[in-house]
Design a protein around this ligand. Structure first.
Ligand code: NAG
Ligand code: NAG
Ligand code: NAG
Length: 534
């Protein structure tokens, strides 16, 4: 087998070498302008393919048939096997490897886009080699590379592996690959080039610099490399930059352009630093309101934007809310990330609604998160535009009250064990002059029942003691800032004279041990009445 595979490798290598010049000429024969213009036109050609549903139009590739173009694009991806893998990553500075399995549908979806990206990158003169390996057929080689699932993309730089962090359209793969292989920015040299670029791109970042050097410029380049998804453009001409971003003001300028009402955003914050640029992009790259889908949810939730407002509503209501929400979002640009979620999408909505005890509700819910403080907030008035806007003002100013889940206040009349909820935690536990034994449980906790029964027996046993109160709380639906639950069940002793330092009692103790422990704690808290023994 190894002989035949190595022959196969040789064959594909020769084929690749034979094809390379052909591809280069076919891509560049049509334009005699600068390299940069080729870059742009290549990216444009890619766009057109995508718009046409991967219907390759022959004009983009000279006079070849669709089949020829497609097969060429696919053959430009080197197929690795157990023999060739090591050599491929050792002998090439940059190799982007796709690990796939033949039966995996997500691999199958990715493959043609990967091939397109390979084709475009070759056309751009990129040094990167795109290769793929059937990880099921060559499990050993795949595991040496660190491929664990399918599909997996990994970039090898001089033999060492880096995770792929870009998007999964061919254009996004091209942008990412160029960022990580020494071509992070496209230089725009004329108004014509700028207009050409604009015809086919509606999202990009643009930097204007007097000279392509100096600290601001270096930071700009570092940001272009570190960012994973946005194409950076650079120019040294105000005239050109005004085509790309009409409201350029300063001689050194950085702006982001998107395809939506709030198209233009600029970073006007003194000298540029890479961190500032990246934070700025993270705060501004999303649409005014992102409608969360399975595809973009990871990106939205990984955003480093610390303030987020999420609106959950049924599909029809969401449509109506979107425009007013965008109007509000305009006022909080760069400050708040707005996400809208169809309440019917259980996977996307439930995990968040559960945090507010609203998982069974079908009403529109507006919630907010502050990932600096880890507080969450709930809009408790009607979700009108003005209420939502006030809510956002409060979020930005830090004046909202954090939300803690709570059940309705229960009737504890005659109860030997008081039921505590989030809203009554202060009254029943913290402000009470009595010693409290609190049982913390959750409905899904199997071992909680044993502890509950013990607590019932203890409550009976200590019944005569006026200054000792037994209580229990379902902490899965009741929260309080002073209630930190490490495990279920928990048994906490809150001494009358020191409520801020509850003592944890082991739930593994026997009834007798627990009673003794309670007695000991009561005594040590100058309690002369606690003389009872079990
Ligand atoms: C890869 O190795 C070569 C040869 O040692 C070196 O010139 C090049 O800078 C390295 N590339 C990167 C990205 O480190
Ligand atoms: C910006 O950089 C220049 C020189 O690089 C420096 O003189 C100036 O103080 C900096 N300005 C700010 C606001 O950091
Ligand atoms: C509480 O106890 C009293 C007397 O033991 C009884 O009359 C009353 O009905 C009880 N109330 C409830 C709500 O159980």
């Amino acid at each position: 087998m190894s002989k035949s595979t190595s022959r196969f490798f040789l064959f594909s290598l020769i084929l690749l070498l034979l094809l390379l010049p052909f591809i280069f000429t076919s891509v560049s024969s049509e334009n005699e302008d600068t390299d940069d213009l080729e870059d742009i036109e290549e990216l444009i050609a890619l766009d057109e393919q995508e718009e046409e549903g991967e219907n390759y139009e022959s004009k983009d590739f000279g006079k070849q048939s669709e089949a020829e173009v497609l097969s060429k694009a696919q053959r430009i991806v080197l197929e690795l096997n157990s023999d060739s893998t090591k050599r491929a990553i050792e002998e090439n500075e940059y190799v982007l490897i796709l690990g796939y399995a033949p039966w995996c549908s997500r691999s199958a979806e990715l493959m043609p886009r990967f091939a397109e990206a390979a084709n475009v990158l070759k056309g751009l003169g990129s040094d990167i080699l795109l290769a793929k390996i059937d990880a099921e057929r060559y499990p050993k080689a795949a595991s040496t590379l660190g491929i664990k699932g399918f599909p997996t993309l990994l970039l090898f730089v001089n033999g060492s592996s880096h995770p792929y962090t870009g998007g999964f359209s061919s254009e996004e793969m091209v942008i990412w690959a160029r960022k990580k292989t020494g071509a992070p920015v496209i230089r725009i040299n004329s108004v014509t080039e700028a207009n050409e670029f604009l015809k086919h791109h509606d999202m990009y970042a643009v930097g204007l610099f007097n000279k392509f050097e100096g600290p601001d410029y270096e930071e700009f380049i570092n940001a272009a490399k570190a960012d994973n998804e946005i194409q950076f453009l650079e120019t040294s001409s105000t005239e050109i930059s005004k085509v790309l971003y009409p409201a350029v003001l300063n001689p050194t300028f950085f702006g982001l352009v998107k395809s939506e009402p709030e198209q233009y955003t600029s970073l006007d914050d003194g000298n540029l630093t890479a961190d500032k640029i990246l934070q700025f992009l993270d705060n501004n790259k999303f649409p005014l309101v992102t409608v969360v889908t399975e595809l973009n949810s990871a990106k939205v939730y990984a955003s480093s934007n610390k303030l987020q407002v999420h609106v959950f509503a049924e599909a029809d209501d969401l449509k109506k809310l979107l425009e007013p929400l965008q109007d509000i979002a305009k006022k909080f640009k760069s400050k708040i990330l707005f996400a809208a979620v169809d309440i019917g999408e259980d996977n996307l909505a439930k995990p968040f609604l559960t945090l507010f005890g609203l998982e069974d509700s079908e009403e529109t819910a507006v919630v907010a998160f502050d990932y600096n403080s880890n507080f969450k907030y709930l809009l408790e008035s009607d979700p009108t535009s003005s209420n939502i806007e006030d809510f956002c003002v409060g979020l930005v100013q830090g004046t909202l009250s954090p939300y803690y889940k709570s059940q309705a206040i229960p009737d504890n009349k005659n109860a030997s064990i008081l039921t505590v909820v989030g809203k009554t935690f202060d009254d029943v536990i913290l402000s009470s002059p009595k010693n409290i034994i609190l049982e913390v449980h959750a409905p899904w906790c199997i071992t909680c029942e044993t502890t509950s029964k013990q607590v019932e027996k203890l409550a009976k046993h200590f019944k005569g003691l006026n200054d000792l109160v037994f209580a229990r709380i379902d902490a899965s639906i009741n929260e309080h800032p002073k209630l930190q639950v490490e495990e279920y069940p928990s048994l906490l002793f809150f001494p009358a004279n020191d409520k801020s330092n509850p003592i944890k009692l082991s739930t593994k103790s026997s009834l007798k041990e627990l009673a003794a422990l309670i007695n000991k704690n009561l005594k040590s808290r100058e309690d002369p009445l606690a003389k009872d023994e079990l």
